[in-house]
Design a protein around this ligand. Structure first.
Ligand code: 13P
Ligand code: SF4
Length: 321
């Protein structure tokens, strides 16, 4: 660590206790940010932490939908996204207006929103899910119900297979008289980081690291999932890394920093070194300090949206407490 980073870190820690703030960081953040975080986790764990955080101020190191979720589950707290421009390219593939139109087209449908969505899209949805609980959430819904799963088409395909439901085409038309009642209709979104993985990446990793356990994120295409040894959320990967001496992670490459930090004896390689989420890498220590000083605007979600989006999140938490 440079002396500049050390100075920033100590300024952040002092200010954090002075203003009674808590810093939450996603697993894809950098080692610098891990160093000032009170909690590091996946989307589900961060939502849980935010909901129980007693602090008046939550500084979030991650991307916008995560900070919005923190605000939804803890509306009393002031929530600041340290890097205010950090969006999620997958969450940007859907808007509340587009979802309303699609729901009208599909008629009687239960909408399941992956947590990687804007707050107003959650408000238009019946229930939320994260990568850690998507199979359980969809599995909890009646089998004869038509489900619109937004916005990740790859997660939708994985969930459909794991829950034994039919996967429809994303453009399934209501003009089609054979429109089935049951099954999952996916939105046509994806994560550019995970969707870029190929089964050949897994084959190459197995050759380069013989014997290493290969785990991939459920945002990967099904053929990549099939080539791997396991599927897990980012924190699920940390748990698996505890059980394996050597591991390859099919997710954002920075995830290996998280493993190396907690499990220095585990050998860890990214499935591809260049698989980086640009938005997740926008947060710097300077951003955290500015957020603590109040120089970054807080996350605000209009009240009617808070109430409806919160309902979808609460239903998820009821299925998987
Ligand atoms: P996790 O909830 O598994 O951390 O995933 C979040 C995400 O954005 C993955 O790209
Ligand atoms: Fe969004 Fe993909 Fe980045 Fe995760 S890795 S925040 S899904 S763009």
């Amino acid at each position: 660590m440079t002396s500049e980073s050390a100075n920033l870190k100590s300024a952040i820690c002092n200010l954090k206790s002075a203003v009674g703030a808590v810093v939450l960081a996603h697993n894809y953040q950098t080692p610098d940010i891990y160093g000032v975080a009170d909690f590091i986790g996946d989307s589900l764990e961060l939502a849980r932490q935010a909901s129980t955080a007693g602090a008046r101020l939550i500084v979030f190191c991650g991307v916008r939908f995560m900070a919005e979720t923190a605000k939804l589950v803890n509306p009393e707290a002031k929530v600041i996204l340290a890097a205010p421009d950090a969006g999620c390219r997958m969450a940007d593939t859907i808007t509340a207006e587009a979802l309303r139109l699609r729901k009208q087209e599909l008629g009687d449908v239960t909408t399941v929103a992956y947590v990687n969505t804007p707050a107003d899209v959650k408000a238009e949805s019946d229930i939320c899910c994260t990568s850690a609980n998507a199979v359980k959430v969809v599995g909890s819904l009646p089998r004869d119900q038509r489900i619109l799963f937004v916005p990740d088409r790859h997660l939708a395909a994985y969930v459909a297979r794991e829950t034994g439901r039919l996967l429809h085409e994303s453009r399934l038309s209501t003009l089609d008289s054979r429109l089935p009642t049951a099954g999952i209709v996916p939105w046509d979104g994806f994560c550019y980081v995970h969707a870029s993985f190929k089964p050949e990446d897994v084959a190459r990793a197995r050759k380069e690291h013989p014997g290493a356990f290969v785990v991939v994120h459920p945002e990967c295409p099904l053929e990549v999932i099939d080539a791997a040894d396991a599927v897990a959320s980012t924190s699920g990967m940390v748990r698996l890394a505890k059980e394996h001496r050597a591991i390859v992670l099919g997710t954002e490459a920075g995830m290996c920093d998280r493993i190396r930090r907690d499990l220095p004896d585990t050998e860890c390689w990214p499935l591809r070194r260049t698989a980086l989420c640009r938005n997740m890498k926008l947060t710097r220590l300077e951003n955290v300090l500015s957020a603590l000083k109040g120089s970054v605007p807080e996350i605000l979600v209009p009240e009617p949206i808070v109430a409806r989006a919160r309902l979808a999140l609460d239903r998820m938490m009821a299925v998987v407490p």
